[in-house]
Design a protein around this ligand. Sequence first.
Ligand code: DX5
Ligand code: ZN
Length: 215
Amino acid sequence: MSKLLIAPSLLSADFSRIRDEVLDVERAGADWLHLDVMDGHFVPNLTIGPIVAAAIKPHTKLPLDCHLMVSDPGKWVEPFAKAGASVITIHAEASPHLDRILRQIRQLGCQAGISLNPATPLSAIEEVLGIVDLVLVMSVNPGFGGQKFIDSSLDKVAKLSSIRRDIGAKFLIEVDGGVSASNSKALHSAGADVLVAGSAIFKETDRAKAITALR
Ligand code: DX5
Ligand code: ZN
């Protein structure tokens, strides 16, 4: 089994103290920093843009894991690459031009990720599995932190892990939504490499303890 990476989702942080929150989870042992980018169109919420990512970048060594929940992802990959993103993940449901945009992300020097909403089958991304560095399985309907984990996501992760084995691919499997210490072990065993956690980390006062519990 791969080493499990933990990516705190800034969505549940105290936004009036973003820099301190980032430094706190970095000290607490986070591996990546997950940024939830929402456009009020693809999802019913509006959050942060490339300006915020660029502002955070000089203050942390953590890779910025940018999750684009936007309707027109092609328009935003370059601004996020310039802002210092390490990973840029777009949604399979958001564009008919996934192949083009994923290649563009790699050309910009970032790792290319593709994400699936809970209702989207794995078959929707079959044709691009050879050109992605990461597949993000959404285990809640995207838009908000603090939602309940959708149980069928565990099976989806296991299926994706077996497809990865069958085709000899190396992409990472990331899971996002409702992740907690009660399901992290099962997700890692099913094949997840990266776990995103918002409330399970930021709503706890002792972030190091919260991250250790997830591991
Ligand atoms: C949901 C976001 C998640 C969210 C996770 O649309 O993509 O990253 O912040 O939050 P929790 O861990 O609280 O479910
Ligand atoms: Zn996310």
